[in-house]
Design a protein around this ligand. Structure first.
Ligand code: NAD
Length: 509
């Protein structure tokens, strides 16, 4: 299982092959350079959402395991902090190479655990190793400043690590987040405890094993757990001073409150979105329609993506041209199991997620929204009995007060609104508490910049959607979060500035 290309997917990679491989392994926590069971001995089951079948039992870590991980991480971090940043970068590149060697295996783990197509999960592995290399390239950016604050003394700053960092992850890009988001805290000189989402622990646990082969023992620890207690133990640990949380707004707020109650901590929050795409009559309408589809990230994660442009705002004069093209494209997508090469859209991650999406759509239809395609009654090709499938769905005539217009569905559901004026469109887009991404389709350069400024979002595309660009800050405003990632700011956010004043160093004798 070491090929890095998708082309070799054959008999060994059919559903039985992967399931057999997963079931045949022993899944352990990675703590202190060793693979260990949870201290309690407890495990919990993880399922394949494409088939609803049991994949494996994984350790159900709790506060005792977080404490073990903390001690191992704190011990490893002392020496790591003394290691020159370029040497840290070398090891991150070695880690990237090892992850690349195991790309197919890691992608297959994500495909069966999350349910997204193998091809998309291979791209996630690429993004993870790209992130490790991007941050490795920035090792000499961990600079300080000389401040000319006086004539006789030398004043300089240095960037120091926090110590042990806790990273709590969501389910929707398991390996991409476990490996890719390890880069910045590690390069900055911290040790790390990763808590994967309970639904998708496999690739993070495997990544923990791989990291132990390249990095000093205890530098990267992975603790899986079934309930909120595992993450909460990281959040409330009195000596973990830096927490990076990616997940829902609701949990993010709990995390911030619990962290504040436990100790003084720096907490970054990458939270949800209910993002707007605005299409004006002067846009390339065919391209806008295509972008409305790719903007939903259906193929990458069945729309379970924070950045999805799930609110499509069409100028009333062009709605009749854009909407049918979007609906056609949604209906053409092939829904199926993650390991079927023909699959374009997989299932949702869990029954709970499926029920949430179904409930939001059913409520909207009952309240008068029009089901253009998909929904529970659609004749989509989805084998709805087998797994947690939900067909790609478009709802029009959506009232901005409806739940589907305000709550993050985190699924394959696009809601369509119409507007008459630019001001009306901006007001509709900014009406929600979320503010992660936004997209504007227009050929008017002035309007493009005006709206980029007026839209309350942390990441804006003009005539585009969905794509991230490593190096360009990603993160939200308002309820979508605090902090920026995928950029130099992310690296620096894992450091704290110390000022040094060397008294008399510049005094003339
Ligand atoms: P979630 O909030 O349910 O869980 C996220 C993580 O928090 C999981 O590991 C979970 O086990 C843990 N957790 C749960 N309760 C906890 C507690 N009390 N204390 C500490 N940790 C706790 O989110 P999810 O359903 O896994 O992920 C989906 C959400 O993540 C969506 O809202 C999505 O928009 C968001 N997300 C945001 C970004 C971003 O970059 N802004 C990226 C991906 C996902």
């Amino acid at each position: 299982m070491t090929s890095t290309t998708a082309s070799g997917i054959g008999a060994a990679f059919d559903a039985q092959g992967v399931a057999g491989y997963v079931a045949g392994r022993t899944w352990r926590l990675a703590i202190g350079g060793e693979l260990v069971d949870a201290a309690s001995g407890r495990t919990y089951p993880t399922f394949d959402p494409s088939t609803r079948t049991l994949l494996a039992h994984v350790p159900d870590g709790d506060a005792a395991d977080v404490e073990r991980a903390y001690r191992a991480a704190a011990a490893a971090q002392e020496q790591w902090a003394e290691t020159a940043p370029r040497q840290r970068a070398r090891l991150l590149r070695d880690l990237a190479a090892l992850v690349d060697e195991h790309a197919l295996e890691l992608a297959a783990l994500d495909a069966v655990d999350l349910g997204s197509p193998l091809r998309s999960m291979l791209l996630d592995v690429e993004r993870a190793t790209d992130s490790l290399r991007l941050f490795a390239d920035w090792s000499l950016q961990l600079t300080g400043e000389v401040v000319p604050a006086s004539a006789e003394h030398l004043h300089y700053t240095r960037r120091e690590p926090f110590g042990v960092v806790g990273r709590i992850l969501p389910f929707n890009h398991p390996l991409m987040f476990a490996a890719g988001k390890a880069a910045a805290p590690l390069l900055a000189g911290n040790a790390l405890i990763i808590k994967p989402a309970h639904q998708t622990p496999l690739s993070a646990l495997r990544f923990g094993e791989l990291a132990q082969q390249v990095l000093p023992a205890g530098l990267v620890n992975v603790v899986s757990g079934q309930g909120p207690e595992t993450g909460a133990a990281l959040v409330t640990h009195p000596r973990i001073r830096r927490l990076a949380f990616i997940g829902s707004e609701r949990t993010g707020r709990l995390v911030q409150a619990a962290a504040a109650a436990a100790a003084v901590k720096q907490v970054s929050l990458e939270l949800g979105g209910k993002n707007a795409m605005l299409v004006f009559p002067d846009a390339d309408l065919a391209a806008a329609a295509r972008s409305a589809v790719t903007g939903m990230n259906l193929e990458a994660s069945t729309g379970q993506s924070c950045g999805s442009t799930s609110r499509l705002l069409l100028h009333a004069s062009i709605a009749d041209q854009v909407l049918p093209a979007v609906v056609d494209a949604f209906q053409a997508l092939r829904v199926g199991p993650a390991l079927d090469e023909a699959t374009e859209v997989g299932p949702l991650v869990s029954e709970q997620q499926q029920e949430k999406v179904r409930g939001l759509v059913d409520d909207a239809v009952a309240a008068g929204a029009v089901l253009e395609c998909g929904g529970t009654t659609a004749s989509a090709a989805a084998p709805t009995e087998a797994g947690f499938y939900y067909p790609p769905t478009v709802l029009s005539a959506v009232d901005p007060a409806m739940r589907i217009a305000r709550e993050e569905a985190f699924g394959p559901v696009l809601t369509v609104f119409t507007f008459q004026t630019e001001a009306e469109a901006v007001a509709l887009a900014n009406d929600l508490d979320y503010g992660l991404t936004a997209s504007v389709w227009t050929s008017d350069i002035n309007r493009a910049h005006r709206l980029a400024h007026d839209l309350e979002a942390g990441f804006v595309w003009i005539n585009g959607s969905s794509q991230h660009f490593p190096g360009v800050p990603y993160g939200g405003v308002k309820a979508s979060g605090i902090g920026r990632e995928e950029c130099l700011d992310e690296l620096l956010s894992f450091t704290q500035v110390k000022s040094v004043n060397v008294m008399g160093a510049l005094a003339r004798r």
